[in-house]
Design a protein. Structure first.
Length: 200
């Protein structure tokens, strides 16, 4: 429910739900679950522009995950939550912040997303594609057009390997960064590759 509130741009409601989940599971949940809940908390703070609170919650997630034992000791549904997932989620939230303050957050977002890519690999499918799209966006935000074009081509290639509608939506958002830059042939080609994939 908190995720739905975040997607609906209602971070205050999301934060309230997350706190209810944290309070209700206190003493019952393992470190992976607690780490995941802290990342949702951090997401809400990032959406609200509360950078210090975002960093605090992210640090708590890292501490909880570092204390986790074997995955078998926790419910099967949380096994997905590992260091790669934490890096990807953190990178995504820093990317949210970078959209309003790229000078402060774009490089940090790229660093975390690269860590997720290195840990997950192409076999992660949808997550890999979303990471690739996010990394391309960080390059546009940082004003690195050469890197942006390179990462966009990798993002399109990764997106072509998954039918995910969310990947298509994020790729459509990435397309907007290529608009108005027609003086660059490389950017035009990147834009055309996105358009071609989305048209299929």
């Amino acid at each position: 429910m908190a995720r739905q509130m975040l997607y609906a741009a209602r971070p205050a409601d999301a934060l309230e739900l997350i706190r209810l989940a944290q309070d209700g599971s206190r003493g019952l949940s393992g470190p992976r679950v607690r780490a995941m809940l802290h990342t949702r908390e951090a997401w809400a703070y990032a959406t609200m522009g509360r950078v210090a609170a975002f960093r605090r919650a992210t640090g708590q997630a890292q501490e909880e995950l570092a204390s986790a034992g074997p995955q078998e000791a926790e419910p099967h549904w949380i096994h997905y939550f590992n260091q790669a997932e934490l890096s990807g989620v953190t990178g995504g939230r820093l990317l949210d912040l970078a959209r309003t303050d790229p000078g402060r957050h774009a490089e940090s977002a790229a660093e975390h997303i690269r860590a997720a890519l290195d840990a997950r690999g192409i076999e992660a499918g949808r997550s890999h594609a979303l990471d690739r799209i996010g990394l391309a966006e960080t390059r546009f935000l940082a004003g690195d057009l050469t890197g942006a074009v390179e990462e966009t081509q990798r993002a399109v290639e990764a997106a072509s390997l998954t039918p995910s509608s969310r990947v298509r939506t994020q790729l459509g958002a990435l397309y907007q960064y290529t608009v108005g830059r027609s003086e660059s042939r490389a950017v035009r080609e990147a834009r055309d590759s996105i358009r071609e994939l989305l048209a299929n």
